[in-house]
Design a protein around this ligand. Structure first.
Ligand code: B12
Length: 519
């Protein structure tokens, strides 16, 4: 069949992410004998014309659209990506009657809601390779795909979905650069992305990885296969850096070490980064291995530095692990982006103070250049299928008709919002190492890095330079102006509206929970 796969993610700033998931699906469909084309709409100026060109010239028999993000999961600066995705789908519908299949992490988080909102014909929950290929075969034979694992669709007016089967890593090399032009991503400081495993065995109460997206059964790729993929890309496309996109890069530690050792054994030298490093098993020896393999930066998400909150979030590590990791990190010169989540169950002014104290004690380096940036988000996004969803239901923060497509937030009722905002702003105005979620409004300005890169070739990834920008802003006193008055009142109003159960439900009654990946 002629299959057109479209990336609807238009986020084109320094966090631009090449659509690796869509490439996995494209490669699987091609291997199965289909004629496949990929249209990446990120960085495109004229979306309508791009769609016309791709659809009219090719006459696809099936169209797949990836929805990576529903929103930016940031309560202080909420942005929904659904309106732009809807416009893309509407344009596609105006151009062709080909069946439209939705997929991607955004689509998997609320399959029924997304299928309904984006008016798709089918939706693939969780990983796409096997389910999408089976769906194509069923459509080709004129059969119903209703029994294929991971397929969501309308049946007799009702939403029907079958649980996905996540038993092994379903494919090898997604051949990212075969499908997508990585040049604009590289200009924005992006990297060639690599996945070494699927599944996450952590049990963080708010997280979707182990519940909804990848399941909690680890499915590891062989280290040599992973490094072969890197090697092939290194010689063919010469990317400036590679980025591992695993949920948690260093779990299981043995598998991760084997990959790093295999990289070290190869004759080339590449640069690496990743977003998913856990403080558990993070010591000087491991960091040394990362450095030898070519790591130059990474992200880490402890979410809190309060023992109470680490327990409440079920992070799977304690304060001792975190302090040991921070001390080890400070012995190296990696730029590190630390993510913190303020406001989960049990958060109080005291637990927040413990986190801020940790940041001041461990992330503000006493001597030498600063390398740590603490990114603090207030409010925890509540996703269906997670433990936090049930906690929020019990506490009345959401109700049984809550619509997950609208960002829903958990904010500890033990927090005084006015005081919390003061605590956060004061800390952020004092320390350039602290960025608050509302700084995301300046994210589009980061495109300047892409424009000026020839004159100022800053090292990549560009997020590490946010620290310099914050330093300048703090010195100039500009950061104190950011203190948005009225924010606590707005947040309170949002939470009130969110907890009000509507008289007529916004979503159909036959809604199913997407928690079927839970063991
Ligand atoms: C790594 C990562 C990042 C890295 C990306 C680095 C990079 N260069 O790519 C960084 C840290 C930069 C990042 C940033 C953000 N992220 Co992020 N990220 C992830 C993470 C952990 C992995 C994504 C990934 O690459 N997976 C590997 C690929 C292979 O998997 P996949 O995309 O899901 O694809 C499979 C299926 O979905 C499906 N599929 C995919 N497309 C299609 C299409 C069709 C047609 C079909 C049938 C199937 C299909 O098949 C694929 C193969 O099996 C996910 C969580 C997760 N575990 O998935 C969050 C996640 C995607 N991120 C999320 C968010 C919110 C963001 C940000 C908006 C945060 C922010 N405020 O800035 C930004 C957005 C960045 C952007 N450009 O879009 C959310 C999205 C949920 C939501 N609320 O909408 C997630 C799900 C985490 C969460 N909170 O649950 N992220």
């Amino acid at each position: 069949m002629r299959v057109l796969l479209i990336n609807s993610n238009l986020k084109d700033d320094i966090l631009a992410a090449p659509p690796i998931g869509l490439c996995y699906v494209a490669s699987a469909a091609e291997v199965a004998g289909h004629e496949v084309r990929v249209l990446d709409l990120c960085f495109k100026q004229r979306i309508g014309q791009e769609l016309e060109k791709a659809i009219i010239g090719f006459s696809p028999q099936v169209i797949g659209v990836s929805l990576r993000n529903l929103d930016n999961a940031n309560m202080l600066r909420p942005v929904s990506y659904l309106p732009s995705a809807l416009k893309i789908v509407q344009k596609i519908r105006a151009l062709t009657a080909a069946p439209l299949v939705l997929g991607g992490s955004g689509a998997s988080l609320d399959p029924q809601g997304v299928l309904e909102f984006l008016q798709g014909d089918y939706l693939i929950v969780s990983e796409g390779e096997k389910s999408f290929v089976a769906l194509l075969e069923a459509l080709n034979r004129g059969e119903s795909p209703a029994d294929i694992p991971g397929v969501g669709m309308w049946r007799q007016g009702k939403f029907h979905v079958t649980p996905p089967q996540l038993t092994s890593f379903p494919s090898g090399n997604p051949r990212l650069a075969r499908w997508v032009d990585l040049t604009p991503y590289e200009k924005m400081g992006g990297s060639y992305t690599i996945q070494t495993k699927r599944g996450c065995r952590m049990r963080c109460i708010y997280c979707t990885y182990n519940q909804v997206l990848e399941g909690n059964r680890l499915r590891l790729r062989s280290p040599s296969e992973v490094v072969d993929e890197i090697e092939e890309a290194f010689y063919q496309f010469h990317p400036e850096a590679f980025e591992f996109v695993d949920s948690v890069f260093n779990d299981p530690i043995g598998h991760c070490q084997e990959i790093l050792e295999e990289i070290i054994r190869r004759p080339w030298k590449a640069r690496f980064t990743t977003m998913g490093v856990s403080p558990k098993n993070l010591d000087s020896q491991f960091l040394q291995l990362m450095k030898r393999a070519g790591f130059t930066s990474f992200m880490i998400s402890p979410e809190s530095a309060s023992e109470t909150m680490l327990t409440n979030y079920q992070k799977g590590f304690g304060l001792e692990d975190l302090l040991r990791a921070a001390e080890a990190i400070n012995r190296f010169s990696f730029p590190v982006l630390w993510n913190f989540l303020v406001g989960g169950p049990g958060e109080t002014a005291r637990t927040l103070q413990e986190t801020l104290k940790f940041i001041e004690q461990y992330l503000v380096r006493k001597k030498g250049p600063p390398y740590n940036l603490a990114n603090i988000f207030l409010g925890v996004r509540i996703y269906p299928g997670t433990k936090l969803w049930h906690i929020a239901l019990e506490e009345g923060l959401i109700h049984d008709k809550s619509n997950p497509l609208k960002p829903l937030w958990y904010l500890s009722q033990e927090l005084d919002l006015d005081r919390t905002m003061r605590q956060l702003y004061r800390a952020a105005c004092r320390r350039p190492e602290i960025a608050l979620g509302d700084m995301e409004k300046y994210m589009p300005l980061t495109k300047i890095f892409g424009v000026t890169r020839k004159v100022f070739p800053f090292p990549k990834p560009y997020w590490q330079h946010l620290l310099l920008i914050h330093q300048i802003l703090v010195k100039l006193g500009v950061r104190s102006l950011f203190q948005a008055t009225g924010v606590p009142a707005q947040l309170r109003e949002h939470l009130k509206l969110q907890s009000n159960r509507p008289i007529s439900p916004p979503v159909a009654d036959n809604k199913q929970s997407s928690s079927f990946l839970r063991n």
